[in-house]
Structures are given as C-alpha cells and as structure tokens.
Design a protein around this ligand. Structure first.
Ligand code: PEP
Ligand code: MG
Length: 312
C-alpha cells in the first residue's frame, strides 16, 4: 500500500481519478538549472529570461542568448520548456529597453510593449530561441508577457512562426486579457496565467508593496473569477491554460485551480511534491466542488478557510 502511495506522488501530475495536470517548474537564472532539471517535473512552465538582460548597458547578443537557451534545452531534453520573452519595465527596469521618465511604469511600456517600441529586441530573442531549439529534443514553446488585447497575441504568434517557433502563447496578466480570453486563445496556441501581475492589475495594488498583501492574496474570489474565465475560454477553444504565478505553489489552491479548469501548474521545484500529493488524493469532481466553495466565499480569508476545512 505504501509503495502504491509513493508511486502516486511521483511522475506526471494527476488527480486520483486520472485527470492530468501538468506539473512544471519556474526557472529564473542559470544557477537554478541543476535543481530545476533534477526536480520531478514535465518541464519548465515559466522560463524568465530577464536575467540575461539585467545589469547591462545593452541587450545580450544573439550568440550569448543562444548559448544560454541551449544550456536549458539540453538540461530539459525530451521535456517541455516554455520560454517567456523579455518582460522589462515596472519591477524589472532596463536602461536600454524601458523609459526612465514614465509616471506609472507598471502601466507603461513594459512586457510585450517594449517589443513594439523596439522590434529588434524581440526579433533577436526569438531568433536565439529558434537557433538553440535546432537539433534539441526539448519541446520549445514561447510566450509573451503582459498581453492586453488579442491582436498582440496574434502578432506575437506570427513573429514566433516567422522564426519557425510554432507553439506561441500569451500570458494572462492583464484583466482585459482574461475578460477576452476566448479571442486571445484563438490568436495563439496556449494561455498562461501570471497570477502575480493579474492580481496587481485586478486590485490596482502594487505587487511590491507588502502593506497591500491582503489585496494581492491569490485566494481573492475576484482573482479566481478571472482565472476561471481564462480557463473556460481555453477549454472552449481547445487550448491549454496554465498558471505560472505564485498561486500554483499552494497545494490547496492548486486543487481549486484544477477545479476551475487550469491544465498545468508551474512553481518553484521545491513546491511540486506537495502539489502532486494533493492532486493524487482528490478527484476532479472534488477539485470542482472546492473551486465552487472558493468562488462563493465573500473574501480571500473565507475562501481559504472553507477550502481547508473541507479538506480536513
Ligand atoms: C506573474 O506575473 O504572475 C508572473 C508569473 O510573471 P512575473 O512574476 O515574472 O511578472
Ligand atoms: Mg508577470
């Protein structure tokens, strides 16, 4: 019996009745690569590439980027790697990509918008990703941060395709993208919900302000509403919808997200074991019931408390 239980807490994520939920790792620097690759996961759900661009006067060269991406694809041979293109601006300012004089940098030219102002930045990055993917057995996906309207997702997917990168997705981090998730999903191959920014923009609460932590709580029912919208839109259009923000790391919330229709969860490698075990102990219907309870709650604390009480 113990052996069977141990077996259920390894390998691909799934509920006790066999509904698959891909478990992936977040990766934000090359020194994290050994631990990330050693973790029991189906790949990388969020490869944050900002580290390549930080503390520099200019963007890294095509060759330098290619070498870094190749290192990651080699470590994840045979597995999926979702590369998030440069997400500069706001909490990630860069001298060559972001304007120093914006009054509201979080609402300024950031994320995918920097690519509109300087298309060469994105072109070089996509070229480097494509070059590194050549001959690799990693399943390389690319996704754009801070997509607000379907047209941006379509333009990004077209740019990716021009480099031979066929699986392009949009991050859902702006409430408008969640509200119109069907049209965004139709414009690309997958969606990935960034709960950190989605909470920041839904609650008009700076994600870096500790004093606003209660508003930024990932159990906020309004945030769960937006996640459900995106997940259901993905389901309608046959597109996978992941969560790669911090919410995916909480085992109880992972059950709720699964119940809302999310198809993959990406978190720090150290969090995956507990999430996998929680999934293995509940059916998809359990997850749906937990999601209904959370959505019916008046506030984040009640949502969490009711779900935890149900779990016992
Ligand atoms: C997010 O916003 O939730 C996200 C995953 O991206 P980042 O934290 O890098 O902004
Ligand atoms: Mg984000």
């Amino acid at each position: 019996r113990r052996r069977r239980q141990a077996a259920r807490t390894r390998g691909p994520g799934r509920t006790s009745d066999g509904h698959p939920v891909k478990l992936l790792v977040n990766l934000g620097a090359l020194h994290e690569l050994p631990a990330a690759a050693a973790a029991d996961s189906e790949g990388v759900g969020l490869f944050r590439t900002e580290f390549l661009y930080l503390d520099r006067a200019q963007a890294p060269s095509l060759e330098e980027q290619t070498a870094a991406y190749r290192e990651v694809f080699t470590a994840f041979a045979g597995r999926r790697v979702v590369v998030r293109t440069l997400d500069a601006g706001a909490d990630k300012p860069l001298p060559f990509a972001t304007a120093p004089d914006e009054q509201n940098p979080a609402l300024g030219i950031r994320g995918l918008r920097t690519a509109t102002r300087d298309p060469e930045l994105l072109r070089t990055q996509l070229a480097a990703i494509a070059k590194a993917a050549e001959g690799s057995t990693a399943e390389v996906w690319v996704m754009a941060p801070m997509v607000s309207v379907p047209e941006e997702a379509a333009d990004f997917a077209a740019a990716a395709r021009a480099h031979g990168l066929r699986t392009a997705g949009a991050m859902v981090e702006v409430p408008a993208a969640a509200l119109r998730a069907g049209a965004v999903a139709r414009s690309c191959e997958f969606l990935s919900i960034g709960t950190n920014d989605l909470a920041q923009y839904a609650f008009a609460a700076d994600r870096t302000l500790g004093s606003l932590a209660a508003l930024l709580d990932p159990w906020q029912p309004a945030l769960l509403d937006l996640i459900r919208m995106a997940a259901q839109a993905g389901e309608r259009h046959g597109r996978p919808v992941g969560v790669c923000g911090e919410a995916a790391a909480d085992p109880a919330l992972a059950l709720v997200l699964t119940g809302l229709g999310v198809t993959s969860l990406s978190a720090a490698p150290s969090c995956l074991g507990e999430v996998r075990a929680a999934l293995a102990a509940h059916t998809l219907d359990d997850c749906r019931r937990l999601a209904d309870r959370a959505l019916a709650a008046p506030d984040a604390a009640t949502a969490r408390a009711e779900v935890l009480a149900t779990l016992g």
